[in-house]
Design a protein around this ligand. Structure first.
Ligand SMILES: [Fe+2]
Ligand SMILES: [Fe+2]
Length: 239
């Protein structure tokens, strides 16, 4: 097999586990202003699990995914779950809601993958969509870094740097599956990526799908378009 996922094994609670609310020195107004965004990031990290369960359902129904794709999926799923555990701890520390209550609220949201069916049933399109989405996350978390530094807590900064490093690897890993397993289809990549952007910009309500949870200032249309352009450039460079 040509493809091997790149990843780092680490644990969010090994970084954040000892923190108490008193260790976070964030201005309460800033904390309140960002509650919705932290919640949305927590949701999309958790929702990677929903996407993986949907892929398992499709696979059980006869949809085929390559060994390279499952190799990517395995470490990606593990990483996103680790990010979810970290965001959940952070949310509980910041906003005083118990982790049990957070989990109940997360699980209660139904996921609807109908708008993404064409992408989920074509591995090449799925890899491109994931590469685009992960690059968006990488850039959004870079954009959000001043918020995490404002906690004046080195463990929070370390945790966010690690999360963001994972997101960059997810982008590269998804792209590499597209490039190695689907080399013969790379000529189709450009229109598919623009189609993904169109779908992203048109989606009005996020439905617990992991894909395209792109609300707020870190995900402006210009930033999203820039991500498509970068993926296309990267494919052209390495063809
Ligand atoms: Fe993540
Ligand atoms: Fe990711």
């Amino acid at each position: 097999m040509l493809y091997q996922s790149k990843s780092r094994l680490w644990h969010s609670l090994a970084v954040l586990g000892d923190l108490t609310p008193e260790d976070l020195h964030l201005d309460p107004v800033e904390a309140a202003e960002n509650q919705e965004f932290v919640w949305e990031d927590l949701c999309s990290e958790y929702d990677a699990e929903n996407l993986c369960l949907e892929l398992e359902r499709l696979s059980a129904a006869g949809q085929e995914y390559s060994a390279e794709f499952w190799s990517f999926e395995r470490v990606w799923r593990r990483d996103e779950y680790n990010h979810y555990i970290g965001f959940q701890r952070l949310y509980a520390l910041l906003y005083g809601e118990s982790e049990e209550s957070v989990t109940q609220r997360l699980v209660a949201r139904p996921a609807d993958f109908t708008p993404f069916h064409d992408f989920l049933t074509d591995e090449f399109k799925l890899c491109l969509m994931l590469a685009y989405d992960e690059l968006c996350t990488t850039r959004a978390y870079a954009h959000d870094m001043p918020f995490y530094l404002a906690f004046q807590q080195p463990k929070i900064a370390e945790w966010m740097h690690k999360v963001r490093g994972d997101e960059a690897l997810h982008y590269l890993n998804a792209l590499r599956v597209a490039q190695t397993r689907h080399r013969d289809r790379l000529g189709e990549a450009e229109p598919i990526l623009w189609q993904a952007l169109e779908l992203d910009l048109a989606s009005k309500e996020y439905q617990a799908t992991f894909l395209f949870d792109h609300q707020g200032p870190s995900y402006s249309p210009a930033i999203l378009r820039g991500c498509v352009e970068t993926v296309i450039d990267q494919i052209h460079k390495t063809r």
